[in-house]
Design a protein around this ligand. Structure first.
Ligand code: B4P
Length: 205
């Protein structure tokens, strides 16, 4: 089973790569940002609550986000593994995820951290603003999101170092090349932690 986190600053390619990697590994990609955006669009109560924070580039409060993730991870398609994109982003979310996994008798198998220089991140998000028009892709809000990432999220990865499951991956260059690097990183972690799938001989061999 694969329980994977995709971490990295806004614009590092988390959403882009999460979908590709999850597809290759046959597990669902679960993006907290996408779930929030869907709820904003559908004008649900969760969406109304999240919108003000997202528009300002702030984190949606932990209690709301943690409950949402717990519910999502309890759904049947996530029982055989999942790739979480954009969660956890705060120390409170790290703790909540530990509790959720403990209750399910699971552990994380890989933590992938995409690394891209800040100036390239700003360029990517401003380019996206022109095509997608996301309300949180203005220059001022992008800078705030980056600052929040460096202050609250970047160091969270340290909590997973002792488990030997962290890989920092260069997120620059062609999208396909980044995907290859990430898949190689997952393979290396599996080899290191002894979680490579066991290939058994067929009964008739
Ligand atoms: P997210 O949806 O996670 O948005 P993001 O950080 O900007 O990453 P995204 O996935 O969109 O961008 P990507 O790097 O793929 O969060 C949005 C908001 O939701 C947050 O600000 C917060 O308010 C809220 N939220 C979400 N999770 C939360 C949590 N856990 N707790 C509290 N609040 C939460 O791609 C960016 C751009 O780069 C794209 O245009 C893409 O095409 C491009 N790109 C990707 N790879 C590239 C490459 N190799 N080269 C060039 N361009 C590339």
């Amino acid at each position: 089973m694969s329980q994977i986190l995709m971490m990295g600053p806004p614009g590092s390619g988390k959403g882009t790569q999460a979908a590709l990697i999850a597809d290759k590994l046959g597990i669902p990609a679960i993006s907290t940002g996408d779930i929030f955006r869907y709820n904003v669009k559908e004008l649900t109560e969760l969406g109304r609550e999240a919108k003000q924070y997202m528009d300002n580039g702030d984190f949606v409060p932990d209690d709301v986000t943690n409950r949402m993730v717990e519910d999502r991870l309890a759904q049947s398609d996530a029982t055989e593994g999942f790739l979480l994109d954009g969660y956890p982003r705060t120390a409170g979310q790290v703790e909540a995820l530990n509790n959720i996994l403990d209750n399910q008798g699971k552990t994380l198998t890989a933590v992938l951290v995409l690394e891209v220089p800040d100036d390239e991140l700003v360029q990517r998000l401003l380019a996206r603003a022109e095509t997608e028009g996301r309300s949180d892709d203005t220059e001022e809000v992008i800078k705030h999101r980056l600052e929040l990432y460096h202050r609250e999220t970047a160091d969270l990865v340290d909590a997973y170092l002792k488990d030997g499951i962290v890989a920092r991956v260069d997120g620059t260059g062609m999208i396909d090349d980044v995907t290859e690097r990430l898949l190689q990183a997952v393979y290396n972690i599996r080899a290191r932690t002894g979680t490579l799938p066991v290939i058994r001989p067929r009964k008739d061999q």
